[in-house]
Design a protein around this ligand. Structure first.
Ligand SMILES: [Fe+2]
Length: 510
């Protein structure tokens, strides 16, 4: 996809901001009402020679503008070889401004491939927590990769205990597949201020991110290693599709405005480079990411470009309505072609799709018919067949799909098509459960999708994440779970490990 380099000078992205107040006022000696680094630090989108460093100045995180005084504020940043910052590898200064909620996205370059660095920010005498950035191996190398997959962290439904365990692992990377925030009104649980309304404005979304990032376990997980982040629906609105919201009373114009606010707030709080965008409502976050020549990640956006869910969404008996219409799309024409062309051209050992909703079908009808989820790829069967045909043609059994969304762990075989059961297996899908959404879960669920769906090999309904160990010829997915999230200090367990051998069809127990 056509992307431009990160714009270090904030004034060059001012066109993306709704207003540009105080452009003439810049302070190098800000006075903060409280610690301005309470939302922590993050690194992301690493390259062989750098990555993005993120922070946001917010001395009063839940107040408008994070409690910042008006002027633009100069912030210094340092990248060091050591956590004492004795040997500085790179340093610089950047300006934080109200129109981007005093967030900073530093595009660091010129570092050495395949090694760890430490970074921090300083402003007005305040010093941020120290974060770690790892550069990726250089092209041509196939050093192993160990990374975690996370999604779905409904703050009011559970503690982020899983992140506490994730941060203790030796990980090179975290991929987050969306539902980083939830847009619902907040009634219960961890939130004291009650707000029954869904969030819609830029200020609402900013405060929601600030609330989530007040969680120390989430902040520590970000500081620990670089993240590669995409979004799903709840960063904007439950089950939205392009400009069509969940609530039929919300017009497409209203949804465009809501998307602009939600996408801007998302970017302000994530360690992601500035992409090319005509407006915030069209923010394009689709991107590829390489771990040497071991793995190429295709970071997908399955929300912004999709056709509306068929048959009024939900779980439906199929066929129904325009369900099978081949013009219906999950990724949009451009993104779909980008994946297909990319899979054909990639020389990496593994192709990895960082994806939102489940690709494998799950038939819920015990009878001869089929009932499937309209919001998942099962609601877009022609688009799914095209994706699976690309995988079968260009990267069979070297493709792994990583999925979130459904608050449960799944291990699935992907066939070249699902219309006929005799099509060969061409890929694996590892679906991660939620960090917190859904509460404690159930160690012995009555629902068992494996009996009706032979390509689904394993299922569990507890909170957690997946740790993937990727080697040139083998990929192991270790499913981590915590037994509860409604009270602190749950231990971590690994109830299952599944493995793919490169070039061999079908996942196996490891
Ligand atoms: Fe979710």
């Amino acid at each position: 996809m056509d992307r431009r380099d990160f714009l270090a000078d904030l004034s060059r992205v001012a066109a993306l901001a709704a207003t540009v107040p105080n452009v003439w006022r810049v302070t190098t000696r800000p006075r903060f009402a409280d610690d301005p680094f309470q939302l922590g630090v993050a690194s992301g989108d690493p390259t062989p020679t750098g990555g993005v460093l993120w922070t946001r100045l917010a001395p009063r995180p839940l107040e408008p503008d994070g409690g910042m005084p008006g002027p633009r504020t100069v912030v210094s940043w340092e990248v060091a070889n050591d956590d004492a910052f004795k040997t500085i590898a790179k340093q610089g200064r950047a300006t934080a401004a109200a129109e981007l909620s005093y967030s900073l996205h530093i595009n660091v370059d010129g570092l050495t491939p395949d090694r760890w660095y430490f970074y921090r920010f300083t402003a007005g005498g305040a010093v941020s927590p120290i974060g770690r950035l790892r550069t990726t191996p250089a092209a041509g190398t196939t050093s192993p990769l160990r990374f975690a997959v996370a999604s779905c962290q409904h703050y009011e439904q559970g503690l982020f205990t899983a992140y506490g365990h994730l941060a203790k692992e030796e990980l090179d990377l975290v991929t987050h597949l969306g539902d980083y925030i939830y847009e619902y009104g907040t009634y219960t649980g961890r939130v004291r201020q009650h707000n029954a309304l869904e969030i819609r404005s830029l200020d609402d979304y900013r405060r929601r991110y600030a609330l989530y990032k007040s969680d120390p376990l989430l902040r520590d997980a970000h500081a620990r290693c670089p993240w590669v982040v995409t979004w799903d629906d709840h960063e904007v609105d439950n089950n939205y599709a392009a400009s069509i919201g969940e609530n039929v009373m919300e017009s497409e114009e209203q949804m465009q405005a809501r998307r602009a606010a939600a996408y801007q707030a998302w970017w302000e709080h994530q360690p992601v480079r500035v992409p090319r965008a005509r407006s915030w409502a069209d923010l394009n976050i689709t991107r590829a990411f390489d771990w040497g020549s071991l793995a190429r990640f295709w970071v997908l956006d399955g929300r912004q470009y999709r056709s509306d869910q068929p048959c009024e969404d939900g779980n439906k008996d199929v066929p129904c309505g325009n369900w099978a219409d081949p013009s219906r799309t999950m990724l949009g024409v451009r993104q779909e072609r980008w994946v297909a062309d990319g899979l054909a051209a990639s020389r990496a050992r593994w192709q990895v799709l960082a994806n939102q909703v489940m690709v494998a079908p799950c038939d819920l009808d015990p009878g001869p018919g089929a009932r499937v989820a309209m919001d998942q790829w099962s609601g877009y069967p022609a688009a799914r067949d095209r994706l699976l045909a690309s995988i079968a043609a260009h990267a069979p059994n070297e493709t792994v799909v990583l999925t979130g969304d459904i608050h449960s762990h799944w291990a699935n075989n992907l066939h070249a098509g699902f219309a006929r059961p005799d099509r060969p297996v061409v890929g694996a899908e590892f679906v991660t459960t939620s960090i917190a959404s859904g509460g404690d879960g159930n160690p012995s669920p009555t629902f068992d999708p494996t009996t009706l769906n032979p390509h689904i090999k394993w299922y569990a309904d507890q909170r957690g994440y997946i740790t993937c160990v990727v080697e040139p010829n083998a990929w192991t997915a270790e499913y981590r779970t915590v037994p509860f999230v409604t009270r602190p200090d749950a231990p971590i367990a690994t109830p299952a490990k599944w493995r793919v051998t490169r070039g061999r069809p079908g996942i196996e127990r490891a």
